[in-house]
Design a protein around this ligand. Structure first.
Ligand code: ADP
Length: 178
């Protein structure tokens, strides 16, 4: 595990399964329909149970770069924040990836969520290279904290050792400049 403290926020990197995290909210890398998919989305729906899909149906989808809140149902986490990252190579993908992280942080802060876990959004089926996605993720989270969002813990839960390495490198590079 690696970690850094930025103002009042602890930023952690762990390798593991996001569905098992005991935090106030886990973030789902969903698609625009919010009606379930593969990867981390499928794993979260399987772990949370069918009531999660029922609530998602009421949300009428989510724009790329935006985020919406549901309950966590059978998860240890009380909430799920569903965000939609961009497909790599589409117009404005870097800005939209940053927006997915920023909006998730904002939705958390608006709902008194103090501890949040993120997967590596867009780095699976959506094809974002880890070496490009990791600095955007880390930068955006640190900027949100520096701009005053009150979150106690941001934990990146990386599924693979490659993802863990890429995020570790980005955190060390970026935190060195703060
Ligand atoms: P996207 O469509 O945004 O690319 P994916 O679910 O395909 O979403 O992949 C996003 C990232 O989530 C990938 O790095 C993948 O390895 C990772 N991932 C898959 N399952 C889990 C899990 N249970 N916990 C954490 N990360 C996961």
């Amino acid at each position: 595990m690696s970690c850094q403290q930025i103002k009042q926020t602890r930023i952690e990197l762990v390798q593991g399964d996001i569905t098992l995290q005991e935090v106030d909210a886990i973030v789902n890398a969903a698609n625009n329909s919010l009606l379930g998919g593969g990867g981390v989305d499928g794993a979260i729906h399987r772990a949370a149970g069918p009531q999660l899909l029922a609530e998602c149906r009421t949300l009428k989808g989510c724009d790329t770069g935006d985020a919406k809140l549901t309950k966590g149902y059978r998860l240890a986490a009380r909430h799920v924040i569903h965000t939609v990252g961009p497909v790599y190579g589409t117009p404005n993908a870097p800005q939209l990836l940053a927006s997915a992280y920023r909006r998730s942080m904002e939705v958390a802060a608006e709902n008194n969520i103090r501890t949040i876990a993120f997967p590596a959004i867009s780095t699976g089926v959506y094809g974002y290279p880890l070496a490009e996605a990791a600095p955007i993720a880390i930068h955006t989270v640190i900027d949100s904290v520096k701009n005053g969002l009150e979150i106690d813990l941001v934990r990146f839960v990386l599924f693979t050792s490659n993802a863990q390495d890429a995020f570790k490198r980005a955190l060390e590079d970026i935190a060195a400049h703060y």
